[in-house]
Ligand binder design. Sequence first.
Ligand SMILES: CC(=O)N[C@H]1[C@@H](OP(=O)(O)OP(=O)(O)OC[C@H]2O[C@@H](n3ccc(=O)[nH]c3=O)[C@H](O)[C@@H]2O)O[C@H](CO)[C@@H](O)[C@@H]1O
Ligand SMILES: C=C(OP(=O)(O)O)C(=O)O
Length: 428
Amino acid sequence: MSELIVRGGKPISGEIKPFGNKNAVLPMLCASLLTDDATTIENVPEISDVEKILDYFRRCGSDVSWDRDAGTISVRHDLAQLSSAEAELPLGIRSAVLLLAPVITRAKKLFFDTDAKGCALGLREIDPHLHILSRFGCTMRETRPYRIEGAPVNRAQHIWADYASVTATETFLMMAATAEGISTLTNAASEPHVQALCRMLEAMGAKIEGIGTSRLTVTGVSHLSGASVVVPDDHHEVATFLAIGGVTGGRISVRTDVTEHMVLIIRQFQKLGLQITEGDGVLTVDGWNREIERPYTVEMLQKIEAAPWPYFPADLLPQAIGVSIGCTGDIMFWNKIYEGALGWSAELNKFGAKVHLSDPHRLIVFGGTRLRPAIVEAPYIIRVVLALFIAAIQIDGESIIKNADPIRRAHPKFVERLKELGADVEWR
Ligand SMILES: CC(=O)N[C@H]1[C@@H](OP(=O)(O)OP(=O)(O)OC[C@H]2O[C@@H](n3ccc(=O)[nH]c3=O)[C@H](O)[C@@H]2O)O[C@H](CO)[C@@H](O)[C@@H]1O
Ligand SMILES: C=C(OP(=O)(O)O)C(=O)O
């Protein structure tokens, strides 16, 4: 079942409750390896990336229970088993790289033969992660299969990263939490999911300053204990459902605990003519004027730029592109992060859209074309499946999105939830 059949052109309306953020729950699960105590995590989305991490835990002898209906995972790891485990890291998910720091910290050695690639957005290098591990005293063979050995004691480090990497920052946090002394990371990532990991580590006893900024200071503690924590809602889901409701001419409300993170995101979707309002923790889309907002500077091409937080997220740029093809007016999308995230844009031509890939980072959409249903192929990029869905659902007639499986990596019951709101969509 990897094709999505989408019969578009019908309004989708109602209320949506978003699930937990994939990119928060995965580092949180990995951080549970840092303690012998039980950890409980709530608001866990039922997604295949979580399955893969839990499968790894089970292969390491951990005790795992997952109440899927309640969205709660309880997990307890056995250090002796972890140390003797030779479990293969999970494949096809970027978060495999988040296992390195906690396993090295606890078990002191790790062999692995994956380069931890997730979505096909570009190289997805692991150098920043290995650099952080080596700064904390690990020795490693830097060719596959990789072999890393941890220092007997992690000593605090002051690191200034080449760039603000989400998973490398999370790697730093997990290494520094129990290192001896005060560690700092300058040029740290500050995404909501990085903040969520910081809060979890604090709940486990870590001492962290600068949460949500580009400079993190961590005072190492000798022991981390178990904790009971909640995964924040997925801001990507919130924005995606608003976009879907808007482009169908429906009215969708999303109640969420992450409205504080949605300000710039909403602003960018408003540039695409979506009428989104916020009140009492509920975001509502009600209307789409189908016009790219005109800049006051008349010579300027309207644009949406994605970069590390607090910029607009790269993981929402495809969805914004999907909306834009139904607008009049022109707009440039600028992915300042990935070198390979826009190659799929040729699929949009099949819907009748006129797009121009200026270079690997910049795409211009020329609006006002007549759209038609199409059969399109998604790359292995979760949010591009969503983009193609947003394109298809706004067009009268039946479209087919091939290779739509990656959606299951981040968005539970995606089709079921939309069907409840009146969407004519199914898996085949
Ligand atoms: C499991 C997880 O959390 N995955 C997310 C995480 O991946 P991940 O942690 O892999 O992403 P990084 O933040 O490391 O950035 C990805 C790539 O972008 C490039 N880069 C990034 C920033 C920068 O200032 N300069 C630069 O060149 C690098 O080539 C880097 O490898 O963050 C990405 C960026 O928000 C998201 O798309 C992924 O969904
Ligand atoms: C790019 C993504 O995931 P990953 O980094 O796991 O590939 C994503 O969540 O959109």
